[in-house]
Design a protein around this ligand. Structure first.
Ligand SMILES: [Zn+2]
Ligand SMILES: [Zn+2]
Length: 299
């Protein structure tokens, strides 16, 4: 049978490496994992038959392999052995011959992977490969004892994302993020259209206040409320959806909202009229406090 999915192919490669290394339990676990996802994988049924120590599971594995391919010699031999039935010696030889010369199909790819990642990878993961039970499913040449808590795939140190519940592989991380970030492109446009006018009004008022100590002081308190309001109104306008860069977008709008009404003063300062420095303190404090608050609400 053709193994089409790249992931299953990679898991199969990994399983046969682990099997060759003589780690039966780990190999069995990998074959079972493959079969959970792709029960039509004839090779994985054979692998399970070779690796499991439970005769019932062994028999079932060979039977499943035979269902997929009634001509499968290895499954026939395995079943006959289990049942104590005689097997033609030629079959046994054929099975052994098929299993022995395992050609390494990817020395070139392997070299590329190693070359591309050699600098990024911490040395210890490469050095003691034999000591590990599994191989990273994204880097089959890296031994590891870490597994993703979500999909249970083995992952090397450079592929892990540490979370509060355990290590997460990059694929699962992306999946979870995709579920988490549900905003569409339209939401980004709406967010910009809502937050920009609000930011312009707030920015205009901030410049009107001027740079008195009282207003700087006040800004520390009301800045958070103003930013929170902009953030919450924007969030409401997009139905509460989340976007990876929505907080940044609103922050940019708030900066624009301060810069545009302040342009005359900014230009004067650039022209060297001086004395304007004090006028920048209130808007700066506003942006710092309100921007932080809006960013928080947009998350
Ligand atoms: Zn995962
Ligand atoms: Zn890896």
């Amino acid at each position: 049978m053709e193994i089409n999915q790249p992931r299953i192919r990679s898991l199969m490669r990994q399983a046969s490496r682990v099997e060759e290394a003589g780690k039966r339990a780990a190999a069995e676990q990998l074959y079972r994992q493959i079969l959970d996802e792709a029960p039509e994988t004839e090779e994985a049924w054979l692998g399970l038959g070779r690796m499991t120590v439970d005769p019932a599971a062994q028999a079932e594995a060979y039977e499943r392999a035979l269902e997929l391919n009634p001509e499968n010699k290895e499954a026939k031999v395995g079943l006959a052995d289990l049942r104590g039935e005689p097997v033609p010696e030629a079959w046994r030889k054929e099975v052994e011959a098929a299993r022995l010369p395992e050609p390494e199909p990817e020395p070139v790819v392997k070299k590329e992977v190693v070359a591309a990642t050699a600098t990024a990878v911490a040395a210890p993961t490469d050095d003691h490969t034999e000591a590990y039970e599994f191989f990273c499913y994204r880097h089959p040449d890296r031994g590891t004892s870490l597994r993703c808590y979500n999909c249970h795939n083995p992952i090397c140190a450079s592929c892990t994302n540490k979370t509060s519940v355990g290590y997460l592989c990059p694929d699962c991380k992306r999946d979870l993020e995709d579920k988490f970030f549900n905003a569409s492109a339209t939401d980004y446009i709406i967010a910009a259209l809502v937050s920009l006018p609000l930011s312009l009004i707030a920015g205009y008022l901030v410049w009107r206040l001027g740079g008195g100590f009282f207003f700087i002081f006040i800004m520390i308190f009301i800045g958070g409320a103003v930013g929170g309001l902009i953030g919450r109104l924007t969030k409401k306008a997009i139905g509460g959806r989340r976007g990876r860069y929505l907080p940044h977008l609103v922050l940019v709008m708030m900066v624009v909202g301060v810069v545009i009404p302040g342009l005359p003063i900014l230009l004067m300062a650039l022209a060297g009229s001086g004395g304007a420095l004090f006028a920048f303190i209130t808007p700066a404090v506003y942006l710092f406090v309100a921007g932080g608050s809006a960013f928080y609400w947009m998350k």
